[in-house]
Design a protein around this ligand. Structure first.
Ligand code: 5RP
Length: 230
C-alpha cells in the first residue's frame, strides 16, 4: 500500500495556478501582468513562452524587474490600446469575482493595467476565496496630506485605518504615495463602496476591485485547479 501523499503547500498551490494561467496567454499578444508571490509563479512560467508573446505590461517595479530578468519585454502601458488578458493575484475574492487587492502595495497600477484588459484572470490559492469581502484589511493608496481626513472617514464607517510601514517608516508606493490598511470594514456592496471611497479627496485608489472584477478565477485547491467563471 502506498502512503498518502502530503497535501500541497500554499507555495505549491501558487505554482499550480501560476502555470495554469498560461492557457489564457495567446501567442502574438501583449499580456498584462500583476504583482505578488502568486504572480511571480506565473512570470516564471511565462518565461517558457517569452518568444511567443509580444511582451508584457507590468503593474509594478517589482514585476517589471522579474519579467526583464527572465528576458520578457516590458512595454509602456501607454503604448498598447488594449490587452487580451490581465493575470493577477488577490488578497480576497468572493463568489462574484469581486476582489480586495493591494497587499503588495501595487493596487493603483494593478487597476490601471486591469482596466486595459478585456479579461481579468485571477490566480489564487483556496485560502483567498471568501463569502464576503472585508476580513483582509483593505489597502487604500492615499496622498499623504489627506491620510488624517481619510482615516476619520473610515472611522465613520466602522473601520480602523493604519498607515502601512516598512522598516519603521511609511511605505512609499511606486507612485510616491502611502498606503492605509483599513481593518474592521464590512463591504456588503463592493461596487457602491468602491465608487464612494474612490471619490474622497486624496484617495488615489481603493483596493476593492469590483468595477475591474475578475471574469475567471483559477483557484488552487487540494484537488487541483478549480476554474470559477463570473
Ligand atoms: C499586490 C496584490 C496581490 O495580488 C495580492 O496581495 C496577492 O498577493 P500574493 O499572491 O502574494 O498572495 O494585490 O498589490
Amino acid at each position: 500500500m502506498t502512503a498518502p501523499s502530503a497535501p500541497m503547500t500554499q507555495d505549491e498551490l501558487k505554482t499550480l495556478v501560476g502555470q495554469a494561467a498560461l492557457q489564457y496567454v495567446r501567442p502574438g499578444e501583449v499580456v498584462g501582468v500583476g504583482t505578488g508571490s502568486t504572480v511571480n509563479k506565473f512570470i516564471d512560467a511565462l518565461a517558457g513562452m517569452k518568444d511567443q508573446i509580444a511582451g508584457a505590461v507590468s503593474s509594478s517595479e517589482a514585476s517589471t524587474q522579474r519579467l526583464q530578468a527572465l528576458g520578457i519585454t516590458v512595454l509602456d502601458a501607454n503604448s498598447v490600446p488594449s490587452l487580451g488578458v490581465y493575470i493577477d493575484g488577490a488578497d480576497e475574492i468572493d463568489g462574484q469575482g469581486y476582489m480586495v487587492k493591494g497587499g503588495g502595495a501595487a493596487l493603483t497600477r494593478e487597476k490601471i493595467v486591469a482596466a486595459l484588459a478585456r479579461q481579468f484572470v485571477c490566480i489564487a490559492d483556496a485560502s483567498k476565496l471568501v463569502a464576503a469581502l472585508g476580513v483582509f484589511p483593505l489597502p487604500v493608496e492615499v496622498i499623504p496630506m489627506a491620510a488624517g481626513q481619510i482615516t476619520r472617514r473610515f472611522a465613520d464607517l466602522g473601520g480602523h485605518a493604519q498607515l502601512r510601514l516598512k522598516d519603521g517608516q511609511p511605505l512609499v508606493t511606486d507612485n510616491g504615495q502611502h498606503i492605509l490598511d483599513v481593518h474592521g470594514l464590512q463591504i456588503t456592496d463592493p461596487l457602491a463602496f468602491e465608487s464612494e471611497v474612490n471619490q474622497w479627496p486624496g484617495v488615489v485608489t481603493v483596493g476593492v476591485f469590483a468595477h475591474q472584477k475578475a471574469q475567471v478565477c483559477l483557484l488552487g485547491t487540494a484537488d487541483g485547479v478549480r476554474t470559477l467563471t463570473y
